[in-house]
Design a protein around this ligand. Sequence first.
Ligand SMILES: *Cc1c(COP(=O)(O)O)cnc(C)c1O
Length: 354
Amino acid sequence: MSYPSITINTKYLTENAETMVRLCGSAGISVMAIGKACCGDISVARALTAAGVKWLGDSRLQNLMTFKKAGIDKPLCLLRLPMLSEVSQLVSVADISLVSEMATAQALSQAAVSQGVVHKIILMVDLGDLREGLLPDDVLPAARFMADLPGIELHGIGVNFACYGCVMPSYQKLEQLVGLANDIRLATGLSLPVVSGGNSASVFLVPNKIPVGITQLRLGESILLGRETVYRNPVPGCHLDAFTLSCEIIELKEKPSVPDGELCTDAFGNPPSFVDKGIRRRAILGIGRQDVIVDGLIPFDHGADILGASSDHLIMDVTDVARPLEVGSVLKFNVQYSALLTSMQSSYVNKIYL
Ligand SMILES: *Cc1c(COP(=O)(O)O)cnc(C)c1O
């Protein structure tokens, strides 16, 4: 075994996705599974698509290409708004895109026509979070425009919450989305099967507080880590430990808790801040900020405290850890989204599949 390593329990991932499919299904909602925090990992994609989700989404075209090459047999959706420079490749790989710009829709139309395919668009609406999307007043004209484009099927509308503006999804806001979808149906005669009510932040509304007419949620974190993302409550039946990071102790010594000497800034230019707790037992682990966002790590061991990290070293206070530790001992961590994203991306972190 070599460290650091992240253990990926693919069975738990499938079970989590199944739980979300069941929960959402009880409210008439289909699930788009999103493994984008795992950087195009094909085993994760297979685990998610084994669970009866209807679509697979990712924010990066490269990852969708990986899935397509690997023969994933679900419709693929690009989550990040397409770059004009990638539309040609995009329509050859993905079935659906989220779009908020007429120019992009037009470029997709041209690419789809020239490749002889029909590309589906989910028109994004901004209901306050101030990331992507048309403001509500601009939705109907844009929908009319997109509905008329050759090679394009206006497949639905969608919204995103709690990403940039920290705006919570609510019954009222999602009802507004359903209303806009109905306006578009009336204006265009399209069936508009997809009304996409957001990401894992919308899960706390399911099943009883989400309006009828929402037909899709795009779920990443809640499937991967088992929690909805507004209150961070576990989703009943989901595993919270599908991913575990393991790191090895490379130094273990009793040292003072306050540095000795005139202080400057740390390796990242941050000013010093230390609390004097006297002599403490400190472990250095062989992982660092080049591999993982350290704030997103939660030690398994009761009493273990993360003090800080430089690029390649994670420094911990293990004075209060009850079990015996020595150089070579392994400490395990639960990962939050930031730590999952970074450790899956680091080529220095071994990936172990269960
Ligand atoms: C990442 C992303 C999602 C999934 O978000 P989670 O919080 O991980 O569920 C959904 N929609 C879009 C547009 C995204 O970029």
